[in-house]
Design a protein around this ligand. Sequence first.
Ligand code: HEC
Length: 242
Amino acid sequence: MTKRFFAVLLSVLPLAALASSEGGLLPSHANINDQASLQRGATHFMDYCAGCHSLQYQRYSRLAKDLGLSEEQVNAFLNRNGAKFADTVVASMTPADATVWLGKAPPDLSLVARNKPGGADWTYNFLKSFYVDEGRPAGWNNLLLPNASMPHVLWELQGIQRPIYESGEGEAKVAHLQLVSPGTLSAEQYDAFARDLTAFLQYVGEPAALERESIGVWVLLFLVFLTLLTWLLKHEYWRDVH
Ligand code: HEC
């Protein structure tokens, strides 16, 4: 029995390692239980993303509850277009205008941190992978989303990255990106900025995860208690048998 268990365990271990290194994404270390990080991420989102992207399942009232903010704070710091407290987050720009301007309507970001391969780490790496590309209409490209229609809206913070190509025959492939002009944030600060945004989008993808994790602790404690009780009960029964 134990032998078989270990055999199965050994056979899935390499798979687990493979899954965790999905596509060479850097780990975001985003933490949805860090409320200060979620608050910063929400502010960043409203500052830099909500102009184009909506969050169609996310209500301001729910944000207040989950991020530990009052209605007044949400209206002062997060609600930028006079939406009602019970409304969902709607992009300031209409999809039609965005399509004219960018050639593509910006997708709703409610589920992006769940739907991409690599989960939330994808979003984090996406925000770090913009580079200048004169061949693109907006002048930007992205390693994770080739020919992306999204301009690098955070370039003033991160600075400007240029692609360094792999030497060799055939089609030019980007080996890595090099920061050629620094932004207002240091590399560490930009990573933290991207991490907060990623944590926020991960939370938005599944707000119930916050509750589930806190319930999880109680479920485990309950199971421990139940095990103890069953054990005591067993002793009680067997006492009569002996
Ligand atoms: C000027 C408008 C604009 C702004 C501002 C903007 N985006 Fe985008 N974004 C787009 C467009 C357009 C696309 C679609 C790109 C494509 O598929 O080519 C996109 C795509 C994305 C995607 C990929 C979604 C998918 O399903 O493939 C992510 C993630 C994303 N944006 C995150 C952000 C974040 C985070 C911010 C704020 C820091 C932001 N965007 C700000 C226009 C914008």
